[in-house]
Write a protein that binds this ligand. Structure first.
Ligand code: ZN
Length: 497
């Protein structure tokens, strides 16, 4: 270890410990904390966050970063950690400590205010909180903006480096121009796919059993991971030996099955981080988009692939003999690939998914440009759903209040979901040229596919950004056309159009 870097270590370790504690609180909040815990826990999270802030923005840390940048004996990993730390310091240092603390508390409480408003279908009770969160984020972004940089670009950069409004406008235009008419073509085809058997009497304990089976089958390591239950499925990594995922139980059994596969994809990424990198600033996924590329790769490209079910559909039928016994694998695979424009993003089929994201992107852009007020949100949201998906929410719980993200201040996050799907498709189009992808799935050799992802993506953690990873794996820069081609090829076949 570099001598200069060694001096930085105690600060890094303390910051990491605080961050891990905050994450653990968050896990607890979502999985088992009692309803009234919110405000008090938020206070503790506020204290831990400001302690984290103090450690990272300490004057000694700043001078050590400078010394490390000048030192010549840093390893590749150490240099990358210093680079990440410098970005983090720059991000935090520019925000006054009291504002940061107030914002952390606001976000910690924002989640429960949002949840209540959603339950009561009452946007007005959430609007003041949303306004405050928005104002904070705009202010923080303006502190960080470089000369002439748009504040929304500052936010986007935090989740996905190299994908600003210009890149995203082009990305979404590609999707809008090709996918919106294709969706219409499918809907006008008159083809009906029976999916009714996926909904019904699917007991929770059986859904749990099938979830555990699927997580294990795709490669989630239960020796280094936990599967819990929460209202909204998510993944929380403490380090590569403790990666936690959650699921939920729904009347439609495929919801819980595919959310487990999705979260397992996130978790396999985190469990694939090398030991020498975990518990450091580079010991996690490259970016939000690259993370989502892995979860959606497992969920859709693997999980909704007919070949995936060949070795295991009988096992699922054994778990649900009355519910699925009479339905063939072919019927099941068609049902899980049924396209049906709906209102809820997390419930969306694979084809419509990025259109849900497009709505959010366009709205965030308007909020940041100041051409849309918080009060106008529910109406504009509904209009856009009508325009792209042909349906209109009846109330705010299935409209603008459906996602938690904005209550946490996560503006600029949504586009990474769509980018992730597109990254995944580009990786798949490359992989199937170089390996017998479907053959491996059909023979239960999913490990070989997972190993490809681990060697080419997971083991690098944050050493490379998403563009670099794509380029190194596929030999090409990001190209959204692969995503469109993948979707059109797949769904033309499912629908026979
Ligand atoms: Zn995800």
């Amino acid at each position: 270890m570099s001598e200069t870097f060694k001096q930085l270590s105690p600060y890094l370790e303390k910051a990491q410990a605080l961050k891990t504690a905050i994450n653990l609180f968050e896990w607890d909040n979502e999985t088992c904390a009692p309803p009234q815990a919110g405000p008090y826990t938020a206070k503790m999270i506020g204290t831990l966050s400001s302690e984290y802030f103090n450690v990272v923005t300490d004057e000694t840390v700043k001078s050590l970063i400078q010394a490390c940048k000048e030192a010549t004996d840093l390893t590749e990993i150490e240099a990358a950690i210093v680079r990440e730390l410098a970005t983090e310091v720059e991000r935090l240092d520019i925000i006054p400590a009291d504002e940061y603390r107030e914002f952390s508390e606001l976000c910690a409480e924002g989640g429960s205010i949002w949840a209540k408003a959603k339950k009561n279908r009452d946007f007005d009770s959430f609007a003041p909180t949303l306004k405050k969160v928005l104002e904070f984020q705009k202010k923080f972004a303006s502190y960080r903006a470089k000369e002439g940089q748009h504040i929304y670009d500052v936010m986007l950069d935090e989740y996905e480096k190299g994908f600003d409004m210009k890149a995203l406008d082009q990305f979404f235009r590609t999707l809008r121009e090709q996918l919106v008419p294709f969706l219409k073509k499918l809907m006008d085809s008159g083809v009906e796919i029976d999916h009714t058997f996926l909904t019904g009497d699917y007991p929770n304990e059986k859904q749990k059993e099938v979830g555990e089976f699927l997580a294990k089958y795709v490669g989630f390591d239960f020796e280094r991971g936990v599967l819990g239950v929460s209202a909204h499925p998510f993944t929380m990594e403490l380090h590569n030996h403790d990666v936690r995922i959650t699921t939920f139980f729904k009347d439609e059994v495929s919801d819980s099955m595919f959310s487990v596969i999705h979260e397992s994809g996130h978790a396999i990424y985190e469990q694939g981080i090398p030991d020498e990198m975990t518990l450091t600033l580079v010991g996690t996924g490259a970016s939000m988009g690259m993370h989502e590329s892995q979860s959606r790769f497992f969920e859709n490209i693997i999980g909704r692939n007919e070949a995936f079910w060949m070795p295991i559909y009988e096992k699922v039928q054994e778990i649900f003999p009355e519910q699925m016994g009479a339905y063939s694998r072919e019927q099941f695979v068609k049902a899980i690939n049924r396209v049906s424009p709906g209102l809820i993003r997390t419930h969306s089929d694979e084809l419509c998914y990025s259109l849900h994201i497009m709505v959010r992107y366009e709205i965030e852009k308007m909020l940041m440009e100041g051409t849309l007020t918080v009060e106008e949100l529910p109406e504009v949201w509904a209009d856009k759903y009508e325009e792209y998906l042909g349906i209109r929410p009846a109330h705010v719980a299935e409209g603008v209040l459906q996602d938690i993200h904005w209550s946490q201040g996560a503006f600029g996050y949504f586009p990474s979901y769509a980018l992730g799907s597109a990254f995944g498709a580009q990786l798949y189009m490359y992989m199937r040229k170089h390996m017998d992808f479907e053959g491996l799935l059909a023979t239960g050799n999913i490990g070989e596919i997972r190993e490809f992802l681990r060697t080419n993506i997971h083991q690098y953690g944050k050493l490379k950004d998403s563009r670099q990873i794509l380029k190194d794996v596929t030999g090409e820069d990001f190209n959204p056309q692969y995503y469109v081609d993948y979707l059109i090829e797949k769904y033309s076949k499912v629908y026979g159009v």
